[in-house]
Ligand binder design. Structure first.
Ligand SMILES: Cc1cc2nc3c(=O)[nH]c(=O)nc-3n(C[C@H](O)[C@H](O)[C@H](O)COP(=O)(O)O)c2cc1C
Length: 193
């Protein structure tokens, strides 16, 4: 059952040296490929990083999160932001009419970096995390990294932004499970108050 799997999930920041087969990695990537996206644009690339030198470098540009070095592989979720016409300013202005002027006036460079499209990669990432769990693999999301430096070391074209990284591997399993809020704390029914 999906809920049983999700109850087992916790962020893993210590991985064993056991290798992950290409078959399992492809299963995880395939789960990401099948994600929904606005307008079915699928405006993403998934960077598979297995090279240890690169993993070490990424750990440094993630502000020295040393635990990342223990990962067996990383997936860098990248968002295509070169197309200004779809999911672009007009859609965001309709979504946030009270901020339409700010959205309109924002310089391209800043706008694309804070682009809502970036959030869409959370969906394939979530698929991947769950697919990994099915195979006994743990993972942790990483958002705290220098996006500019990561773009440089991965030779990303300017039209792609690295939105998140997910570290994967077999867990050592010495992490505690975190407390989650109860349903009554997180759900509201019909109207908020
Ligand atoms: C979008 C996102 C970004 C995160 N970035 C980091 C990160 O940079 N470094 C880190 O150690 N954990 C990171 N985490 C993991 C969270 O700290 C973790 O999910 C949270 O503490 C809840 O714990 P749990 O995943 O075990 O339920 C991130 C999680 C999410 C969802």
């Amino acid at each position: 059952m999906m809920l049983d799997l999700l109850k087992q999930r916790k962020s893993i920041r210590n991985f064993t040296e056991k290798d992950v087969s290409d078959e399992v990695i492809n299963y995880i990537l395939e789960a990401g490929r099948l994600s929904p996206s606005g307008g079915n644009a699928q405006s993403w690339k998934f960077g598979l990083i297995k090279d240890n030198v690169l993993i070490n470098e990424i750990s440094q540009i993630a502000y020295n999160q040393n635990w990342i070095k223990t990962a067996n592989f990383l997936v860098v979720l990248c968002t295509y932001n070169g197309d200004k016409s779809r999911g672009g300013r007009d859609i965001q202005k309709s979504r946030f009419p009270s901020h339409a002027k700010i959205i309109e006036d924002m310089e391209d460079e800043i706008y694309t970096r804070l682009h809502m499209k970036e959030h869409q990669t959370k969906i394939p990432g979530t698929h991947m995390v769950i697919a990994a769990l099915e195979h006994g693999l743990g993972s942790t999301w990483i958002s705290y990294f220098n996006v500019d430096e990561l773009s440089n070391i991965l030779n990303l074209p300017k039209s792609y932004i690295a939105s998140e990284i997910i570290a994967f591997g077999y867990p050592v399993n010495n992490e505690n499970t975190t407390e989650k809020k109860s349903l009554s704390e997180v759900v509201f029914y019909n109207k908020f108050i």
